[in-house]
Design a protein around this ligand. Structure first.
Ligand code: PGA
Length: 222
């Protein structure tokens, strides 16, 4: 059976108490769930929550993986303020690279993003490499792509599942990507329309992932 990836991208939200409450809520909901074996749940909080969330997830044996929203384009060393892939690896399995908010607000270009992807690979992190359309360049050997059209992000106007399917299919045919996720205004109400498409393997969820009840519904409906 096809595995479905459900990724929460919290962006720059949630203080530690909110992160703790969200995890507490989701853990009681998940404990009541019957079958999650075909779902990979990945939460990408701010770096500062990764350590405490990892401890909580391990203690409660939750079926949740952690990811980061970014990594340094440099390896470990004298790079003040950066979190390198080697440091991140202690706490996370995944890392989002090339989100459009990083491309536009932090001027991240292909050269920087390719370095990040290379370092993620070097340290065994799985990149969730974001593309904004079929024209976005994809580094070699990226296994997981998230297709996120810019005008669908945070607007309440998702792409059509049919168009997202065409893009996902094109990406799979023209890269080494094994999995393609869709992101942009995903909710519990529309998630199944995307995940039922043959070339779409899951979703990357921003705003709707901040509420534990809504995120749980997304997991169930995906
Ligand atoms: P959204 O964000 O779900 O709030 O549209 C998605 C994303 O930016 O990853």
């Amino acid at each position: 059976m096809k595995k479905t990836f459900i990724v929460a991208n919290w962006k720059s939200n949630k203080i530690s108490l909110e992160a703790k409450n969200w995890l507490g809520e989701i853990s009681s909901l998940i404990n009541q769930a019957s079958n999650l074996s075909n779902k990979e749940i990945i939460v990408c909080p701010s770096f500062i929550h990764l350590c405490s969330m990892k401890t909580f997830i391990e203690e409660k044996k939750l079926p949740i993986k952690l990811g980061a929203q970014n990594i340094s384009p440099f390896d470990e060393g004298a790079y003040t303020g950066e979190v390198s892939a080697s440091l991140l690896k202690e706490f996370a399995d995944y890392v989002i690279i090339g989100h459009s908010e990083r491309r536009s607000n932090f001027n991240e270009d292909d050269e920087i993003l390719f370095k990040k992807a290379e370092l993620a690979k070097k340290y065994g992190l799985i990149s969730i490499f974001c593309v904004q359309g079929i024209e976005t360049t994809i580094p070699l050997n990226i296994a997981m792509i998230a297709y996120e059209p810019v005008n669908a992000i945070g607007t309440g106007n998702p792409d059509t599942p049919e168009n997202a399917e065409q893009v996902a299919k094109y990406i799979k045919e023209n890269s080494k990507a094994q999995f393609v996720l869709y992101g942009g205004s995903v909710t519990s109400g529309n998630v199944s329309k995307f995940t039922q498409m043959p070339s779409i393997d899951g979703v990357l969820v921003g705003g709707a992932s901040l509420d534990a009840q809504e995120f749980y519904k997304i997991i169930q409906n995906a």
